[in-house]
Design a protein around this ligand. Structure first.
Ligand SMILES: [Zn+2]
Length: 318
């Protein structure tokens, strides 16, 4: 078996993981590269599309709801999250954080930045950026049903990164990169369409984590067979080097799912099961207090670079 990231044909360790989000429980062989550590599916199923049900993406909830005051407070919070400006927003963010937007801050963006979101789904994140005054935004996702145009001027187009020819300051993949069969080609294309000094932000689950060590094939973010590549710190470094990027920073941003989702899989309870915390907390294995403790433990794991997902900041040299 040849690693698709570093090319190693070393003594890779084999695993079998079950489809557990939907609860199909069919088995998929994976292996973890003995050299770069990337856990990857042994062969990509020909019917991968069947594993993305019609309700996979959340298309609801994009847009403005609530009173004018609530919307104003949310805009302050989001301004703080994305840019670090707006002190009142800092308090709002403490009370009700927006982790996804906060992951953009190390990229040093401002409202004139040109930002492309690859695999954006309905475009929740870009919609929030548009609401706080960002002008040059585009979302693309080949798996959307059609193009989307929002009243605030945001456009989401149904296509992949290879058709993109513009020039961007930030190209980001928020938990979309692990679904892509062509890892190098996608990152190479991101490099091509970035301005010199621009940044690719890749947020992915990672096997350089406590959860992978603890739960193995029951690790909830393995998510067979949708997640084709579960990168390690080493394999992301290898990808960056192959595509011309400098890996500038890694920020762990895991949350409680790594505990409760994986513990459910250990008990053969799928993510979308009526007994899942995601579906009906009253029927789940956990109390709200336990979930809060999982959140606290997630913050502790993130602080020691052991959370089960991370944001990788890749700089295109000037
Ligand atoms: Zn490898």
């Amino acid at each position: 078996m040849k690693c698709r990231i570093c090319g190693s044909e070393g003594a890779h360790r084999a695993y079998v993981a079950k489809e557990m989000m939907l609860g199909l429980r069919d088995e998929h062989p994976y292996f973890q590269c003995a050299d770069c550590g990337c856990l990857q599916i042994a062969s990509i199923p020909g019917n991968l599309g069947d594993y993305y049900p019609d309700n996979y993406y959340s298309y609801s909830g994009v847009g403005n709801s609530g009173s004018a005051l609530k919307q104003k407070l949310l805009r302050m919070r989001d301004t703080w999250a994305a840019t670090g400006h707006c002190q009142l927003g800092r308090i709002m963010h403490f009370l009700s954080p927006n982790a996804k937007l906060a992951s953009l801050r190390p990229a040093g963006i401002n409202p004139t930045s040109r930002i492309l979101d690859v695999g954006c789904g309905a475009g929740h994140l870009l919609h929030s950026l548009r609401e706080i005054g960002f002008q040059h935004l585009l979302g693309i996702d080949p798996f959307n049903r059609a193009d989307i145009s929002y009243p605030n001027g945001l456009h989401i187009e149904k296509r992949d990164i290879f058709s993109e020819t513009g020039q961007w300051d930030l190209v980001m993949f928020h938990h979309s990169f692990e679904h892509l069969p062509e890892q190098q080609a996608n990152l190479q294309q991101a490099f091509r369409i970035l301005a010199p000094g621009g940044m690719a932000l890749v947020r992915v689950p990672t096997v350089s984590s406590w959860a992978w060590q603890e739960y193995g094939v029951n690790w909830v973010q393995l998510d067979a067979p949708r997640h084709l590549f579960l990168h390690s710190l080493n394999s992301m470094q290898a990808l960056a080097a192959q595509t011309g990027f400098q890996l500038e920073q890694v920020v762990y941003d895991s949350f409680a799912l790594q505990f409760w989702g994986s513990k459910q899989y250990e008990q053969d309870i799928p993510l979308r099961d009526p007994r899942s915390w995601a579906e009906s907390p009253q029927n789940a294995l956990f109390t709200a207090k336990e979930i809060r403790a999982f959140e606290q433990r997630s913050r502790e794991l993130n602080a020691i670079n052991q959370g089960d997902q991370a944001a990788f900041y890749l700089r295109k040299p000037t």
